[in-house]
Design a protein around this ligand. Structure first.
Ligand code: NAD
Length: 495
């Protein structure tokens, strides 16, 4: 055939792809992205343009399934691009979104709301975690790959509404999944705004909407509908005892990031000034809202008074015994009925500033005060309660064995987080073994356990009762093994 009659194959391909995408061909997009516009399982029910915001659980799951199928076709590169958009917004919009979260939830500290988003943008684990394993032997090869589950249903807490969604979204999408979130009602607006921004940017970049979907008016009923929806393949909950229990009782596989009550032990070998600075930093971070934050401190008697002095030197305000009693009466309440009756933090003071706690206690707060503390005995309700406010009870113990035993009791077997300040390796080991926690931090602030001042990556969902630990993309994958018998292995003698 002459060149005049030979069809331009590339031009035809470009036109076909353009038609499939419902728009004019663009060379760069054709090169980088496979067509997605017509991939949806049922185009009549397409939810493009929702940008992740839904009234109904059913629509959200359906849109999420569509998005999952589209993501699958873009491979790892599509996931990488989606995550890059989430991380970029997390950093670029951290101030605005942090302010929104603070204004809506009215708990914690603004600077930490902002920092949590920024750090997620920098240190949330992505597709690089998805390494395959290979077994190679006389009988050939076996490759284990990490495949997505599909649509994940997530429940998120008020203590870090958007940060939890952000970390979950990065890990879940890196694993190839999509997610439908039922946020805490008191943090639903910032959650929706973040989700909308993420989806708009991802849609602009790779042409997929609704990788992250959210129920705009979340209730316990919508949470239950999400748990039970046949399209949801995996559940991930982050929250307190009630939601952790509900998820553990669900018929679906659940990743459960449950409550904690992290104890601190200070022994006679500790660097007390470092211990004091670390305890203040960790316990005051976001006004003690973090599940890993220091909640009660057990100090060996021989250094107890010196430790209290070190806390004051490091900037915390010590309350008198009477002031501690006054604060306890106001800050801790009884909730529940019958055998379920237990202590809980008073909602008015949860996540509030140390200065307010000082005033409530009848003490004179200083400007820039971050933490108040005081000596209590074991029976003070602050010891067993996850207070989530910047007051710490300090309990005097006769020796390190008593301190470790008391720490163990106060943790309630959550196996979440524990901290020790010590230079005695035996004491560290003893405590680590007995408490058996998911995070165990030595000679640093609790937040070092999430990579803030320590090593490692960051996620605000730390799966405790179900054992996955600080969640990563691998947490949200299932193993698939592919075996090739007797071939492809290049070692061995030729036939
Ligand atoms: P919360 O338990 O009150 O609420 C968490 C979420 O669960 C919310 O979305 C809420 O609406 C939902 N929920 C509550 N009961 C439910 C039920 N029966 N069924 C379905 N959904 C239900 O907790 P919170 O005050 O938002 O957050 C603080 C708690 O979360 C603390 O106990 C803290 O330790 C824990 N937390 C744990 C982690 C972790 O990684 N392990 C991280 C952050 C917070």
């Amino acid at each position: 055939m002459s060149s005049a009659t030979v069809p331009d194959i590339q031009e035809i391909v470009r036109q076909v792809i353009a038609e499939l995408r419902g728009g004019p061909a663009s060379d760069s997009r054709v090169a980088n992205v496979r067509p997605v516009a017509k991939i949806t399982a049922n185009p009549a029910r397409s939810f493009v343009g929702n940008y992740g915001i839904f009234d109904s659980v059913d629509d959200a799951v359906c849109a999420s399934q569509e998005a999952f199928e589209q993501l699958e076709r873009l491979g790892i590169d599509g996931r990488r691009k989606a995550i890059a958009q989430i991380r970029r917004i997390s950093i670029d919009d951290a101030v605005e979104l942090g302010q929104m979260e603070f204004a809506e939830t009215k708990i914690g500290r603004l600077e930490h709301k902002i920092e949590k988003l920024k750090v997620l943008g920098e240190r949330s684990p992505g597709v690089e975690f998805l390494t395959s394993e290979v077994f190679s032997g006389d009988h050939g090869l076996a490759i284990i790959e990490h495949a997505p589950f599909g649509v994940i249903g997530a429940i998120t807490p008020v203590t870090h509404s958007l940060p939890t969604i952000t970390g979950n979204a990065v890990s879940m999408i890196a694993g190839g999944n999509t997610v439908v979130v039922n946020p805490h009602p008191s943090g639903k607006k910032v959650a929706a705004e973040g989700v909308r921004r993420f989806n708009q940017a991802i849609h602009r970049d790779i042409g997929i909407d609704n990788l992250i979907s959210l129920i705009a008016e979340p209730t316990l009923d919508t949470a239950a509908a999400l748990f039970n929806h046949h399209g949801v393949k995996l559940i991930c909950v982050t929250g307190g005892p009630a939601v952790a229990k509900a998820a553990l009782q669900s018929s679906k596989r659940a990743i459960v990031a449950g409550p904690g009550n992290p104890p601190v032990v200070v022994d006679e070998t500790a660097d007390l000034d470092n211990a004091a600075r670390s305890i203040i930093y960790g316990a005051a971070y976001d006004n003690n809202l973090l599940c890993i934050a220091e909640k009660q401190v057990f100090v060996v008697a021989s250094v107890f008074d010196a430790m209290m002095a070190a806390m004051v030197r490091a900037g915390a305000l010590r309350l008198t015994a009477q002031q501690v009693d006054t604060l306890t009466d106001r800050a801790i309440v009884m909730v529940g009925e019958g055998s379920h009756r237990h202590f809980a933090p008073c909602k008015d003071l949860l996540g509030q500033d140390a200065a307010l706690l000082a005033k409530v206690a009848g003490a004179l707060p200083r400007d820039d005060l971050k933490l108040v503390f005081g000596e209590t005995d074991l029976s003070n309700p602050f010891v067993p309660t996850e207070q989530m406010m910047p007051f710490l009870p300090f309990v005097r113990c006769k020796d390190v064995d008593e301190a470790i035993t008391r720490a163990h009791e106060s943790e309630h077997g959550f196996r979440h987080t524990a901290i020790i300040h010590s230079n005695n390796v035996r004491n560290m080991t003893k405590m680590g073994r007995l408490l058996d926690t998911t995070l165990f931090i030595k000679n640093g602030a609790s937040v070092a356990g999430l990579g803030l001042g320590g090593e490692g990556y960051l996620s605000f969902s730390i799966a405790t009762p179900t054992g996955e630990g600080v969640t990563t993309p691998l947490t949200f994958t299932r193993q698939r093994r592919c075996t090739l018998v007797d071939d492809l292995r290049i070692l061995g003698s030729p036939d």
